[in-house]
Design a protein around this ligand. Sequence first.
Ligand SMILES: Cc1cc2nc3c(=O)[nH]c(=O)nc-3n(C[C@H](O)[C@H](O)[C@H](O)COP(=O)(O)OP(=O)(O)OC[C@H]3O[C@@H](n4cnc5c(N)ncnc54)[C@H](O)[C@@H]3O)c2cc1C
Length: 445
Amino acid sequence: MAQQAIEFRREVPLRHDVDVFVAGGGPAGVAAALAAARQGARVYLAEGQFCFGGMGTAAGLPLFCMFTDGVNFLAGGIGREIYDRLFAMPGGVVRSKRGDSSIQYPPEALKVVYDEMVSGAGLEFSLGTHLVGVQSEDGWVRHAFCWGKSGLFAVRAKAFVDATGDGDLCAWAGAPFEKGDAEGLMQPGSLLSFWSPVDWKKAEEAGNGQWRQEHRLPEAIRDGVFSVPEPHMPGLIQSGLHAGVGSFGHLFGIDGTDERSLTRGVIEGRRRFHEYETYFKRYLVGYEDMELVGSGELVGIRETRRILGDYVLNAEDYFRRAVFADEIGRYCYGMDAHPRRLEDASRSVEDFKKLRLKKGESYGIPYRILTPRGLHNVLAAGRCVSTDRSVQSSLRVMPGCFILGQAAGVAAAMTAAGDADIRSLSVPELQGRLAELGAYLPNRA
Ligand SMILES: Cc1cc2nc3c(=O)[nH]c(=O)nc-3n(C[C@H](O)[C@H](O)[C@H](O)COP(=O)(O)OP(=O)(O)OC[C@H]3O[C@@H](n4cnc5c(N)ncnc54)[C@H](O)[C@@H]3O)c2cc1C
């Protein structure tokens, strides 16, 4: 049956009248809002959850991928500040044992880091606030509409940053996008789970500590422990002295832009927790006492819309370690596309091992991947920027999103100051301002 459409019209209060509106306060949105505020712009940041950080907090992820390429600190500026503040948190963070520049942390600690940075930045913000629509004319967005417990309200801004992860604002304003592969399949989501106590020392000594928990999966699969027999899992990641975050049980076929699909995902994720509990307790050492103490407020989503911009950063650029005249940063994490379906599971793990860059190597990120086609005063930031699926699987990780968000924030402030098109700003000036913030820009003229 064709879906009926109902017109919904009403007047809503104009609550924020600012230079820059940032939708979404994950790593990209926080970086964008802070960067725009540091340029002197009046900023309003709306975040749907009751914490900043997106996947790295609300979904429960406890691990930053690479901040550096092993030689250079790529997420310079705001990314660097977040990194330093985390290390300074009471209780400390757990350093990665992978030997790269990734760090592990308790998600609650990261929430406080973001709270402090955003609260001290002189910008307007509210949590529990969802972007629900936009009003635009000929590619110029004039107002955004948000919903919070007080009801609907409007935000007027000169420039907009879409840091929703899913490209909601860009898509609703009419920007073209791609989603998934030719069949529309995307990387699977994961519902993260929190477990304690874990005896990490004992697990390590028994040879099944962090990143070494997979070896008995085949046996457990044969024993019928799992209803979905996945041959691989990222595993239980240490997030504190005695705590761990479970990143296991891929949710295949879930679309993070559709709440009905997310509903199926969250129910499926919760259903499978006890299977992994059985695996850890019955087949591994060090996990005997662990209990489920919680799960993510958000389903962990790796991939949804890729907003088509003036350039699409692609695998060829990654492999040639591309340099661009309009570079706003460089990044290096390997292509890490989780399997779209169960049958592809083994291949994607092998691919990840093959598709890494070497120490000191990185690829350029051009400004044009932040500028959505057909829109004049909107910038995309974070995992929805204009890339092919291969590059998305590298750039989507949080330090990459700090680089993207920081650049989008500065560009939005410049756009708002000139009341101009995002394409008319001076790229050398943008790069100069980014360099002042601490961005890594070795190819700047
Ligand atoms: C299971 C899993 C494991 C991962 N592992 C790692 C890892 O080990 N290391 C790493 O660095 N990265 C990892 N990533 C990737 C990384 O966490 C995300 O890609 C990254 O957080 C994306 O940042 P973002 O700011 O673009 O979006 P998100 O982190 O998704 O943040 C978007 C924010 O916008 C808010 N939002 C969305 N829609 C709206 C709306 N309409 N109105 C208002 N607010 C809205 C959301 O609540 C959220 O806070 C992982 C991701 C997943 C799912």
